[in-house]
Design a protein around this ligand. Structure first.
Ligand SMILES: Cc1cc2nc3c(=O)[nH]c(=O)nc-3n(C[C@H](O)[C@H](O)[C@H](O)COP(=O)(O)O)c2cc1C
Length: 491
């Protein structure tokens, strides 16, 4: 099922008992975010999406715009949002389209057609009218302070838009990119644009700078939650995120033309900011910001975004997320990416069985990978490949396990890591690009990496002793004990 807009999704959340409506007056300065932080850590049963119906300004007057947080913040909700019980199915769909099969017969050619048709049916559609343009404010009427934009942590530099779909076009090829980059509100009409150096939006900025051109930007908030998700997905620059969204929802994304920019944006979003970034303008100071690492990211220099128009629905809902010490909503956004992209990793590395980026590792600190080891040094081959692949290249510690290890079970991971690894032999220290948010490296964005081979070692890898077996009992004993346990130990 494809949601038409955010309201349809909120309705489904409510029907599934996944939404809490908070009616009391509450401030977007620290209060909404701390409430959200507490709820996102409550565990599956009590962790709900939150609709704050009455955000108020410092003088107590209502904004008249509700705030939605934590909408994607659990396994159940991210699956409801994307419309799949098994998120890997999304990746397998892409896998089938990408698989380079040369059809040998006419019949085989025909069989391939439905896959290609799916891609064709996913192309975004530009429509004449969109509910997002029910209210249009241009130039002087633009005022970002009309919206209940959150300040999350005490020492944050101010208010930040935290769940935006930032839309730009490659100044050379015209290919669209949609990224999720936080935006610090600087005044009524400007924000900072926190696209880090490794991200596609940043690349568009540098191309525009080289060409001496302004870069037009549209920022959508809300809409079908698939659109919010794809903005965060690490797709290659050549792939339009809204085409990917069309593939996920099996229905094209409807876009409308901007009013002051030559860009298209989701017709049924809640709010869109139109504007531009002038690469000739000096950078502005962004931050500090309490980040998804759980630490404050110190101030840094980023471009300034000028808002030329704000369009929104007659009664908009402002959607935001809260980041800080994990787990929070982004744990589940990251989980979706881990599951969706696994088939694509297997496309390049068929020996990979599973991969897990634990939320405690804030995505870039740890990758636990299980592989079907076939030859000496195989673990290193996989680690090198992953460290050269998209944003996985920013990973700090890559730990490789044999295929039977459940990389999602932290207890099993530590048990095998500890037992199988001789640090003298199995640890490799490398250099490379590091996530900009990492505070441990001497230099921002550059530092060390650790590859750990936690697989069983072979003779060819220098192991001359006999590798021990994992303790076990015969199948018959297991069956008998299972029956007895059922009788004596009630579930
Ligand atoms: C809630 C949330 C906030 C994020 N904030 C930022 C940010 O401020 N800057 C940034 O560069 N990436 C941020 N990211 C990560 C990017 O959205 C992600 O790397 C995405 O793949 C970028 O899109 P791109 O590959 O098209 O550049 C955030 C992700 C999430 C889920």
């Amino acid at each position: 099922m494809a949601f038409k807009d955010l309201r349809e999704f909120i309705h489904i959340l409510e029907k599934n008992g996944e939404l809490l409506r908070i009616k009391e007056p509450i401030s977007p300065i620290l209060e909404i975010s701390y409430f959200t932080d507490r709820v996102s850590k409550l565990g599956e049963e009590k962790n709900k999406a939150l609709l704050f119906e009455n955000p108020v300004k410092e003088d107590g007057t209502p904004y008249g715009i509700p705030v939605l947080t934590n909408a994607l913040g659990s396994e159940k909700r991210i699956k409801l949002a994307l419309g799949y019980k098994n998120l890997e199915d999304i990746g397998w769909k892409l896998y089938r389209i990408l698989k380079p099969e040369i059809p040998h017969t006419f019949l085989e050619k025909l069989k391939k057609l439905p896959e290609l048709k799916k891609l064709n049916d996913a192309i975004p559609k530009v429509v004449k009218r969109g509910t997002v343009q029910e209210v249009v404010k241009i130039g002087k009427e633009v005022n970002l302070y009309e919206f209940p934009i959150l300040k999350t942590w005490e020492k944050d530099a101010g208010r930040f838009i935290t769940l935006p779909q930032v839309i730009t076009k490659d100044p050379e090829t015209g290919i669209r990119n949609v990224g999720m980059y936080r935006m610090q509100v600087l005044d009524e009409k400007t924000t900072a644009m926190h696209w880090q150096i490794h991200k596609d939006g940043n690349h568009h900025y540098w191309k525009a700078k080289r060409l001496g051109k302004r870069l037009e930007v549209a920022v959508a908030i809300g809409g079908d939650p698939v659109l919010t998700y794809v903005a965060s997905a690490p797709l290659p620059p050549e792939v339009d995120e809204y085409l990917f969204a069309g593939l996920i929802r099996e229905k094209p994304v409807e876009l409308v033309k901007g009013i002051t920019v030559d860009l298209e944006y989701p017709a049924n979003a809640e709010i869109v900011l139109e504007g531009y970034i002038d690469p000739n303008e000096p950078l502005v100071t962004e931050g500090p910001f309490g980040d998804h690492t759980g630490f404050y990211t110190p101030p840094a220099k980023y471009p300034k975004f000028h808002v030329t128009a704000i369009v929104h629905r007659a009664f908009p809902i402002y959607q935001a997320t809260v980041v800080g010490k994990p787990p929070q909503e982004d744990k589940w956004i990251g989980y979706a990416t881990e599951r969706i992209f696994l088939p694509l990793i297997k496309f390049n590395l068929p020996e990979v069985v599973d991969i897990h980026l634990p939320a405690e590792g804030v995505f870039h600190n740890f990758a636990f990978v299980s592989i079907k080891k076939r030859y000496p040094g195989h673990a290193y081959k996989v680690a090198y490949a992953l460290l050269g692949m998209g944003l996985l290249s920013l990973t700090k510690h890559v730990v490789i396990f044999d295929e039977w290890v459940n990389v999602h079970d932290l207890s099993e991971v530590l048990w095998i890591w500890g037992n199988n690894v001789d640090p003298l032999r199995d640890v490799l220290i490398l250099k490379g690009p590091i996530d900009v948010l990492d505070h441990a490296t001497n230099e921002e964005g550059f530092g060390g990496k650790m590859v750990i081979d936690a697989t069983k070692k072979w003779k060819e890898e220098g192991y001359t002793r006999t590798w021990p077996e994992v303790v076990d009992v015969p199948k018959e004993v297991k069956q008998k004990v299972a029956q007895l346990l059922e009788k004596y130990i009630k579930k």
